[in-house]
Design a protein. Structure first.
Length: 644
């Protein structure tokens, strides 16, 4: 690359390879491009007082009876009957660190590799959350991850890090806030790569235009919220010259402040005006209002839905008698009187991410809403700055840890009292009514489907022919409670199950309490046996909320609980939040929805912008005071919402 204008291009090495900045040629060899290095606690790997044949290893999958046991016994590098603490230095090295070596055991050619490199390849090279629960528990117990000392977390080799443009390396550029990076790129004048710079400027400007200018390019994708991830995917289409394309967006306003929703609407209209078809699944009235055509599904949820209730213009929807039409113009007014705090949760000098030494008191015993434009520091404040030991119960939209067998009944603990009731009514063991235990269909092992690995192609799941997807042995389904077998109970929606377990032979108070909480959070349409992997982010959060409603923690923190909620459901959510506060809980909600802000007892508004332009408290007070002051973007939009 040649210097052009006033630009100075420095090379870190005289010989430059084309792959310097790629993951293969430019990655840090110490951390293999991960940015972190792991430290394994050897005491968690084995019991030094035992021999390998006595089960000294405590690593999942490394049992004496399995293949690894045969490899250890037949490798010849150490005596598997001698306690590990008696191994020589060489034997211990071979057990822990030996490089891959060809061996023959029982006439079979195998490869022996030390425990440490084997664990790094089989477990630590994968996303921890994607591991099986028992393997994940082992990794979290035995391993600590720290920033790589060689590349300092940049994941790049020395050659890549030492190549600079005007003193800025690629690592420095990726660490910049995107708005700052865009400004820096605009100053570059290198004629030899002018087309490349033009395309880069357009992409970076698209980030800012779509409300993501506060991100940095080195931000791990796994840390993005659902709304941020979707908007990142949108960027590649903004500059596209394609026309006559159909775009489908699923709740693109997720995580957006009303100020940002307007910009999102403009982008959707631009895509339409280029000659494309834009389909948007959305609940926000602000986005519904710009539609050319509305399709309203209902009238209820789950089995009570699935019908087109209305099709036509927005004006026709307002005049129609559908649930959406009746609630489209709903407006919540600020409370005439707010609750009096019973105390305060103090945060002092908060500097997480973009917070700029924030001091704030979060009132206790009331409903507090933390708001602000996207990227202003809300999550950093409530998730990264509240002191430990505050008795906080956090409810967010992160994936629920569990296997594909997990469902609302198992996650909430609802299945336990149901299994016991079935067992008592039929005089058998509760384990029969667990699809993961004795009652499981032997063909699909209780999964209800048979998974077929197609090697290079995606695997296929087919309904089990023996149990017909019911997951249980035929003999188990002969046992009934209230006239229903266990598979029929798990196929019930929450609302129906609440009625079923509320009276008669099937009355189970413990189950009804859990079902009541699920109905309270708007999940009455979910079936008890629905796989958790099929739930949306908003449904996952509400499922967690229902599970934690009985917890003893005094402070409940909810992160955008209106995600995925219909206008009518928001009203139900507000009632639930009131009940939590009236029961003595302190509820802190990170939220943009104007109805939730108007309903709050106290509002903490962060801003004034995003990234390094935010991170400050710009307002603290009641919703009525915020509307009256109109001193922030939130205040302006809330005032417009309530019609002040």
């Amino acid at each position: 690359m040649r210097a052009g204008g006033s630009i100075t291009v420095e090379r870190g090495a005289e010989k430059t390879v084309k792959a310097t900045y790629r993951r293969t040629g430019g990655m840090c060899t110490r951390c293999e491009g991960r940015g972190t290095v792991s430290d394994i606690d050897l005491t968690q790997l084995y019991d030094a007082g035992k021999s390998l044949n006595e089960g000294a290893l405590t690593i999942p999958g490394y049992s004496v009876d399995g293949w690894y046991g045969r490899i250890f016994s037949g490798c010849g590098f150490f005596d598997p009957d001698r306690p590990i603490r008696e191994f020589t230095e060489r034997e211990l090295h071979d057990l822990l660190h030996k490089e891959p070596t060809k061996i023959k055991v029982d006439g079979i050619n195998l490869t022996y590799e030390g425990l440490i490199p084997k664990i790094r390849k089989s477990m630590l090279a994968k996303d921890v959350d994607a591991l099986q629960p028992h393997v994940r528990a082992f990794v979290e117990r035995a391993t600590t991850f720290t920033v790589c000392p060689e590349c300092e977390g940049t994941r790049l080799s020395e050659g890549a890090r030492s190549s600079r443009i005007d003193g800025i390396s690629i690592a420095d550029a990726c660490a910049m806030q995107i708005t700052d990076l865009a400004a820096w790129v605009r100053k570059l004048d290198v004629p030899s790569v002018a087309p490349l710079l033009a395309a880069l400027r357009q992409t970076l400007d698209s980030f800012a235009e779509i409300g993501l200018g506060y991100l940095s390019l080195d931000r791990p994708a796994g840390t993005l919220s659902g709304g941020e991830a979707q908007r990142v995917r949108m960027i590649r289409h903004l500059g596209s010259s394609l026309t006559d394309v159909t775009y489908v967006f699923d709740e693109p306003t997720t995580g957006l402040h009303p100020h940002d929703i307007q910009r999102m609407n403009d982008l959707l209209l631009r895509l339409r005006d280029k000659g494309n078809t834009v389909l948007v699944v959305e609940h926000k009235p602000q986005t519904i209002a710009i539609a050319d055509h509305v399709v309203d599904l209902g009238p209820g949820a789950g089995t009570a839905g699935g019908t087109v209730c209305y099709e036509g213009s927005v004006e026709g929807l307002r005049a129609g008698d559908t649930v959406t039409g009746r609630h489209l113009d709903d407006r919540a007014a600020p409370k005439d009187s707010v609750r009096t705090p019973t105390g305060a949760l103090e945060i002092r000098g908060a500097t997480a991410h973009n917070l700029q030494g924030v001091d704030v008191d979060i009132p206790l015993g009331v409903l507090t809403v933390v708001t602000g434009v996207a990227g202003s520091g809300k999550s950093s404040l409530v998730h990264g700055s509240i002191p430990a030991g505050a008795g906080v119960v956090r409810v967010d939209q992160s994936p629920i840890r569990g296997s594909r067998r997990s469902n609302p009944a198992t996650y909430t603990g609802l299945l336990d009292p149901i299994r016991k009731a079935f067992a008592k009514a039929n005089g058998v063991k509760p384990a029969l009514f667990s699809a993961n235990s004795e009652g499981a269909c032997p063909t699909c092992n209780g999964a209800g489907v048979v998974y077929t690995d197609l090697a290079m192609m995606a695997g296929v799941a087919a309904t089990c022919e023996d149990c017909e997807g019911k997951r249980y042995q035929a003999a188990v389904l002969d046992h009934r409670l209230g006239g229903r077998d266990i598979s029929e109970v798990l196929a019930m929606p929450v609302a129906r199950a609440e009625e079923f377990f509320g009276s008669g032979e099937a009355r189970i108070p413990a189950a009804q309490r859990v079902l009541g909480r699920l109905a309270d959070v708007g999940l009455g349409y979910l079936t008890l046996g629905q796989p958790l992997t099929t739930l949306s982010g908003g449904e996952r959060q509400r499922l967690k909320l229902a599970t934690h409603m009985g917890d003893k923690g005094g402070v409940h923190i909810l992160d955008e609980p209106t995600t995925g909620l219909h206008l009518a459901d928001v009203e139900q959510l507000l009632g639930l939040l009131d009940r939590l506060v009236d029961a003595g809980k302190s509820v802190v909600v990170v939220e943009h929805h104007p109805a939730v802000m108007a309903h709050a007892d106290w509002i903490i508004d962060l801003g004034p912008g995003a990234g390094h332009d935010g991170g400050r408290i710009v307002f603290e007070g009641t919703p009525a005071d915020l509307v009256a002051a109109r001193s922030t973007l939130t205040g302006e939009h809330l005032a417009a919402y309530v019609g002040a």
